[in-house]
Design a protein around this ligand. Sequence first.
Ligand SMILES: [Zn+2]
Length: 411
Amino acid sequence: MSFLFKAVMKKYLRLILEILLGVCFVAASTLAYLNYSAKKHLVAEVGELTEQLGEAKEALEKMHEEEPAADEHAADTGTSAQELDALKAAFSNGVVLQDMELLYKAQKALSPERQVGMASVRLLTKGAQDEGTIAAFQKALEMAEWGNRLQTVCAAQNALAAAGQKVKVLSDCKKSAEKEDAHAKKDDKAHDVHWGYEGDNGPEHWGDNFPVCGTGKKQSPLNIVGPFEKSKDVLSVDYKEGPLKMFNNGHTIQVNVEPGSTLTINKESYDLLQFHFHRPSEEQVDGKNSAMVAHFVHKSKDGKLAVIGVLLNEGKDNAAIKTLWANLPPKEGVEYLPEKVSFNPGSMLPKELGFYNYEGSLTTPPCTEGVQFYILKKPMDISKDQVGKFPFKLNARPVQSLNGRKINAGG
Ligand SMILES: [Zn+2]
């Protein structure tokens, strides 16, 4: 490394590290969304990146303590800069930035950390040529205290680990997790899992790390109960047969879908990204849960999310689910493509598309709002035996407050 490069790197080391931390924060707080929207490659990239953060964090702290002695750390910066370049390439088409902006738009007040995160992504997308972007990033940095850098890094790493990414967890993160673990006196994987459905990681604690889950006013799922308003929405579904791709993300079994399957709501087209299951159903109808529910997640060109819910009541064997359960992924966190198995998601749907509709949120952290739900009135059957074969005993968020929302009925 040339002297000049070293000097330049040293000058920008802090900035680079701040960007990396910002990106990690975004990753941690939008991880569920990235998984939802099939941007798993990004999760993987950020996963690799966080491994560098151990050194980065220490270097940053040393720089605060002993500004002049930072020279020895300049060497680390080369790697961080390369990582940053790789990340930049992943962000360069601007799709992620667009998604983030849409996601955060609904929230009037962003936390300073989120603003740094957004500014980081903007910087990575638009590049350092744009002076306005740089100024905005620096402003966001000034506003944020970043006192809890370690917390941010740990949150990112734990979230990535929970999503099945191989992440070397920082020793400091392990320490604090072990402390919690000793508290809980449980020797299972709990310390790697950032959120779950029971105990200290359960839904009532999601808000600690994902604020919208705690304070959002349009959260899902709901207890569906009348009186209903009449909906004029017209749904039409055009799902195509394609190769079966199964994914266990640690929270559910998800079936990833090739491009080409669509849902049309009135005249707007939404692509089917994936569908997944909850046991029992997250939604209630007149206060009652079904044995399970399948959620079909769709996204429009401008990033709006729409979910079709198919309630599964205990009854006859479900032929489509028989195919799916016969091909459950052997490993968590790795997409599984059984050879020569094709599947049509349409085989999961009833013929009649009558629905209950409401505006809600992702039912998993970060509980982002602005998601349209269409829960089909007509349930499908699933046998008791098939319910028993689903690998997750409990993965349903409890019903949330209506907060004055209207439930519409249509179709
Ligand atoms: Zn779901």
